[in-house]
Design a protein around this ligand. Structure first.
Ligand SMILES: Cc1ncc(C[n+]2csc(CCOP(=O)(O)OP(=O)(O)O)c2C)c(N)n1
Length: 361
């Protein structure tokens, strides 16, 4: 059984051909011309950040990069449904969400260059640090949402995770707890079909959104390459959480077009025709066609976004290669709030080790 395909319940408001749909229950959803143009701008800039970062890694300027190629609609659509006070718990691939939260992409590059651990203040942007440990952020999200609820806040938490992470104990514990305590958290699964080399049908016998029923709250499947549908579904789930109705599980059916990370070679485990099939569902192309067909944007608009993307990429590249190397002793100063004799000793030993090299490093 292949459970990767979107089912008949899957919410879609914009077809891959750029045609607007109005399915039952979503007839009233509308977007202004400015909103659609803004989605497109986000898409192009985010994709450009991603391709520039991939190129930087190939040239040895980043240690590794986890590409979001193909997942732009899932990320921008859900992130643009957030309010400033909502809090986001990301994985390591949420570059589009980070962008929508106002984080300077140079901070993402710093993390993948290995000069810091993600140099943004989570409290300033209401966007947590990237989590590499699969699924751990879902526990943090549930706990944070519980705290918000007890503080009487009328905000919500959005937790991102992948299809592979859905098999992780942490994620299931987070879902159980959130359900039982009715915490204001939305679990947003980007089902990009692959957990590195493991396909979805090796991870689940049921479509992922159907699992929500077992946890006691609603689950909904959405076309993850359709920004209108993702935005509509996430807005409703966040509103429901803010109103005290508890969690929702959203399964956004999408596809990881590139490699898992730049260390991975997907041609070893998946066939090119599958990738080709998904290329026809490209999230950016369908919004571009919709904008052009409905007369909401002209060539000058598309050109201006392209130019903005070029400028952003050039500035990112320049700032990336100019990033100073970190002070090697910094890792010792940020472990505990107070110094410790063992840490002091380790720092001294490390310093004398470094002194053994020409130039001290
Ligand atoms: C607890 C844990 N186990 C294993 C890994 C190694 N690992 C890194 S990414 C990954 C697959 C994740 O797949 P998925 O959740 O579908 O997310 P995607 O990378 O596709 O966005 C694994 C197993 C890890 N980082 N953490």
């Amino acid at each position: 059984m292949r459970s990767s395909a979107a089912g008949t319940d899957c919410v879609q408001l914009l077809t891959p051909e750029g045609e607007r749909l109005r399915p039952a229950g979503y007839e009233d959803i509308d977007f202004t011309a400015d909103e659609v143009r803004d989605f497109y701008r986000d898409f192009v800039l985010v994709r450009r950040i991603d391709t520039e970062a991939t190129a930087l890694q190939r040239q040895g300027e980043l240690g590794i990069w986890a590409s979001l190629l193909g997942q732009e609609a899932a990320q921008v659509g859900s992130a643009r449904a957030l309010r400033p006070n909502d809090f986001v718990f990301p994985t390591y691939r949420e570059h589009g969400v980070a962008w929508c939260r106002g984080i300077d992409p140079i901070h993402l590059l710093g993390l993948f260059r290995g000069v810091d651990h993600g140099n943004w203040d989570p409290e300033e942007f209401n966007f947590g640090l990237y989590t590499i440990v699969i699924g751990a952020q879902c526990l943090h999200a549930t706990g944070y949402a519980m705290g918000m609820m007890r503080d009487g806040a009328e905000d919500a938490v959005l937790a991102y995770f992948g299809d592979g992470a859905s098999a992780q104990g942490d994620v299931n514990e987070a879902l159980i707890w959130a359900g039982v305590f009715n915490t204001p958290v939305v679990f947003f699964c980007q089902n990009n079909q692959w957990a590195i080399s493991v396909p979805l049908q090796r991870q689940s016998r049921t479509p992922l959104y159907k699992r929500a029923q077992g946890f006691g709250f609603p689950g909904i499947q959405v076309d993850g390459n359709d920004v209108f549908a993702v935005h509509a579904v996430t807005s409703r789930a966040l509103a429901s959480a803010r109103e005290g109705n508890g969690p929702t599980l959203i399964e956004a059916v999408t596809y990881r077009m590139g490699a898992h990370t730049t260390n991975d070679d997907p041609s070893r485990y998946r066939i090119e025709s599958e990738v080709e099939e998904w290329r026809l569902k490209d999230p950016i192309e369908r919004v571009r066609v919709y904008l052009a067909r409905s007369g909401l944007a002209d060539q000058a608009f598309f050109d201006s976004i392209e130019e903005e993307a070029n400028d952003l990429a050039a500035s990112l590249r320049k700032r990336c290669v100019e990033m100073p190397d970190p002070d090697p002793t910094r890792m010792f100063s940020q472990v505990y709030a107070e110094p410790s004799p063992l840490l002091d000793q380790e720092r001294e030993e490390y310093l004398s080790y470094l002194a053994g090299f020409e130039g001290g490093h």
